[in-house]
Design a protein around this ligand. Structure first.
Ligand code: AOF
Ligand code: ZN
Length: 368
């Protein structure tokens, strides 16, 4: 590795940001590296848990702990240094006070409280600002934060497991397990990075799943959201047994007794009905964003999956495909049904990877 090349420092900052990913939500995961004029590492850091220090402050503290001067350094940071007084102080002022003379940032912060003001403040203080290196990777890492800030809804990633012929179950309904252990373990990693795991009452009643993260080093449990139009979630379901995990139930009915029973178990129950007496899914996503949800991981049956698809609420498909032919039965085909080809929404392949004996296909809705 060429440690004098600026891209190398940004790669290091991105690697730090990745370390922040499990702990920073709802804040974006950001990494920062301070480099001396002679090209030496002076300090580095990443975003801490919400309410605690941002990446830049951690890097400045690291420099102090190592006894390194920060005057004249260049800061490589994966997001625009903040300009606002939030739960923590403005990072751009901290960088200026430390004598940093150049900032290389991957992206502008989409948070309206920052949105270019950090760069403006740095430039006004005489700091040279370069924007762009590492932008794609930095954005991907914080895709949910960008979605919430720019669109007011979380990034919705729908996970499905299917056969080669796109079936999600045998004709007799049996679906455990189509994909391999390795693919299911990979699915856990995606669950773990989400803020919310979303499922439907059909899956709860049929499979009685825990819907939790079962990785040994899990830093936190994503909240569980259940789309339950008629408030049928059983108080005895296994999902209530996951300690320290928030559960939110979206319903279309007012049923004080059942609502009380679920609230006693710690759930937040939200009523949001559409005109057909179903849960209004678009409103639900906006409500989740208002509660600082960046990424939603959907693991549901074909009914809820299909509704989300038809309403264009799915941004990304995470599809595990097993080399098996299952024949007629419920399947991916049921998620969309269109009469002309130009009505069918277009997906763009993002990434295709073998996982054990299966394939992992990631696709993003065109234009998202
Ligand atoms: C940075 N560096 O490492 C991160 C930033 O409430 P606060 O003070 O923690 O501010 C949260 C906002 O700060 C967040 O919404 C985003 O705009 C920005 N995140 N900024 O300079 C960081 N994580
Ligand atoms: Zn900051």
């Amino acid at each position: 590795m060429d440690f004098t090349h600026p891209d190398t420092w940004m790669r290091r900052a991105l690697a730090l940001a990745e370390q922040a990913r499990p702990i920073s939500p709802p804040n974006p995961a950001v990494g920062c590296v301070l480099v001396s004029p002679s090209g030496e590492l002076v300090g580095e850091g990443h975003t801490q848990a919400v309410g605690q220090a941002h990446a830049e402050v951690m890097a400045l503290r690291d420099a102090a702990a190592r006894g390194h001067a920060t005057a004249g350094t260049t800061a490589y940071v994966t997001l625009e240094p903040c300009a606002h007084q939030g739960r923590t102080g403005p990072c751009c002022d901290a960088l200026v006070a430390a004598g940093v003379t150049k900032v290389v940032a991957s992206l502008q912060d989409p948070n309206p409280r920052v949105a270019g003001q950090g760069f403006a403040r740095l430039r006004a203080a005489g700091v040279e600002v370069v924007v762009g290196p590492g932008a794609a990777a930095a954005r991907e890492l914080n895709i949910g934060f960008f979605s919430r800030m720019v669109r007011g809804v979380p990034w919705v990633r729908l996970k499905a497991a299917a056969s080669l012929d796109g079936r999600t179950a045998l004709p007799n309904g049996v679906s455990q397990w189509i994909t391999s252990e390795a693919a299911r373990a990979d699915g856990q990693v995606w669950r773990a990075r989400a803020d919310v795991v979303l499922t439907g009452i059909g899956t709860v009643l049929q499979d009685d799943p825990m819907m939790n993260v079962r990785l040994p080093d899990a830093a936190r449990q994503p909240a569980l959201v259940i789309v339950d139009s008629q408030l049928q979630t059983p108080p005895g379901a296994r999902l209530w047994g996951v300690g320290g995990r928030r559960v939110i139930v979206y319903t279309a009915v007012a049923d004080p007794a059942r609502q009380q029973a679920l609230q006693t178990l710690g759930a937040r129950v939200v009523r949001c009905a559409d005109e057909r007496g179903k849960v209004d899914l678009a409103t639900m996503l906006k409500d989740l964003a208002r509660h600082e949800t960046n990424e939603v991981h959907v693991e549901a049956g074909h009914k809820l999956n299909g509704s989300l698809m038809r309403e264009s609420l799915v941004d990304e498909l995470l599809l595990y495909q097993a080399p098996k032919l299952l024949g007629d039965g419920a399947g991916i085909a049921a998620l969309g049904s269109f009469s002309t080809l130009d009505q069918a929404p277009e997906w763009v392949w993002r990434d295709i990877q073998p996982i054990g004996p299966d394939l992992r296909l990631r696709a993003v809705m065109a234009g998202r």
